[in-house]
Each structure stands twice: as C-alpha cells, then as structure tokens.
Design a protein around this ligand. Sequence first.
Ligand SMILES: [Zn+2]
Length: 109
Amino acid sequence: MTPSERLCINCHVPMVKAAMNYKGLKFEARQCPKCREKIFTEELTMKAISQLEKNRLEPKYTKQPIKIGHSWGVTFPKEVADVFHLGNGKTKLVMHPNVEKNRIEIVLE
Ligand SMILES: [Zn+2]
C-alpha cells in the first residue's frame, strides 16, 4: 500500500483517485469505489492550498527599482506578500546575485 492509499472506513477497500470540483477548480481526492464516499487527506489538502495560492499569483511581475536613500528597493505585490508571508516579521529574503545570468534570485528563509 502506498502512503497516499487509504481504506474506506465503511467498506475496508482501497480508495481510488478521484477529481473534486470546487468553484471551477479541480482538486484531487480519494473515493471509495463501493460506497462512493469521498475523502480529502491532509496531504491532498496541502496540495490544494498550494494550487489555490498558485492561482492567485501572476507568472511574472515587472517592477522598477525604487531609490531609498543610498539603497535600492523593490516592492512586492500584495498577493505575493500574502502567499509568501512577507509581513510576519520573521521572513528573511536571501539575495543571490548572478552576474552571468543577469539575475538576482530571492530565496525565502
Ligand atoms: Zn466505502
């Protein structure tokens, strides 16, 4: 049995993958082939949340650097700040400048 495989609590048969529709979005669930009971595991819930958060974000954002004193800043769109919890006071942004690729990568810690 794979870790994501569950037995139906009523019928004790392995549940199968099933799609669940909610507000036009498709989520993966598990369904008993016998009694049609559907369940949503913690793992599937986490997956669904990531999917919802992904849907809130644009594939890319274009920003202009802002001069702040002697430094330069960049603003984050509200939905990006929300999804990545930028406002919780603990989030650290680690910058990885890559000159060859003309890229500054920001990693959350
Ligand atoms: Zn069942």
